[in-house]
Ligand binder design. Structure first.
Ligand code: FPP
Length: 256
């Protein structure tokens, strides 16, 4: 954790940060790119382009704050039904992102992974993402670095079903009957990672939209009216400080 960085954000927001209550894993539904562009009389594509810059800022902010895992919803299985031109813009932005940010991500010890139906992505995007994933695969150390999960061609229910099918293929009937929640988590795309502590959704929409249905069971939810391209380190800091005020009980009755 970079304490000078924290001090600057505390000064900018007037909020107090508690290093002992840092979320280990943050999940974000990056929503509102289209409205951001419309407000400026621009095409939706420029909103998505600005959204990529916001993502880069937030990744660097997570590194500075010492967050270990960041999962962002970049493209859902439902997004294929958007107009072809918009899908094509999002796919171009994705391969551009994978190539142009590779060095900065690696230099910042950010390991990129993809959650979702990878085989269903176009060949160009798969190639660019494969390069990005292998270039960043070994950049973290035990106490430094960030895992950036890009949820792409992702749906929560289909992730759970895929996990179920894999478990059925790999385990004996007996092992299946004795399945535990913890073991089943190992059949999901986030195997080995802690569940998100905090879910952020921008742009005022109050939905989960089939995102990380299993993993978000005990997450704290933070909704903001800010549109994704306007979200930045300061907004992330506000969300984390709000999270730190919550009393997490995980279903039990704990007194503070
Ligand atoms: C929602 O805004 C956003 C998306 C569907 C895509 C999110 C993608 C990015 C931030 C950039 C691409 C990411 C990478 C990794 C290259 P919306 O279009 O639904 O906005 P609206 O609700 O205002 O129309």
């Amino acid at each position: 954790m970079n304490m000078d960085y924290v001090a600057k954000l505390e000064a900018a927001t007037g909020l107090k940060f508690d290093p002992a209550k840092l979320p280990r894993h943050i999940a974000i539904v990056m929503d509102g790119n289209g409205r951001w562009a419309k407000q400026r009389g621009q095409k939706r594509s420029s909103g998505h382009r600005a959204g990529v810059e916001a993502l880069e800022d937030v990744v660097i902010a997570c590194r500075n704050l010492g967050v270990g895992y960041l999962t962002v919803y970049a493209f859902s299985t439902e997004n294929w039904s958007r107009p072809a031109a918009e899908v094509s813009t999002l796919m171009s932005l994705l391969s551009e992102f994978a190539a142009s940010k590779l060095k900065r991500l690696r230099d910042n010890q950010v390991e990129v992974r993809v959650l979702g139906d990878f085989a269903g992505l176009p060949v160009l995007q798969r190639a660019a993402l494969n390069r990005l994933m292998s270039a960043t695969a070994n950049v973290r150390t035990p106490d430094e670095g960030l895992v950036l999960n890009l949820a792409l061609n992702y749906g929560g229910r289909s992730e759970i079903l895929a996990g179920l099918k894999r478990a059925a293929a790999e385990l004996s009937p007996r092992e299946l009957q004795e399945m535990t929640e913890e073991r089943f988590g190992g059949f999901l795309a986030t195997a080995g990672q802690p569940d998100p502590d905090l879910l952020i959704r921008t742009s005022g929409e109050l939905r989960l939209s089939n995102f990380l249905l299993w993993q978000l069971a005990y997450a704290e939810f933070y909704f903001t009216e800010i549109l994704w391209p306007d979200f930045d380190a300061v907004e992330l800091f506000r969300a984390i400080c709000a999270y730190q005020q919550r009393n997490r009980r995980f279903g039990a009755l704990l007194s503070e």
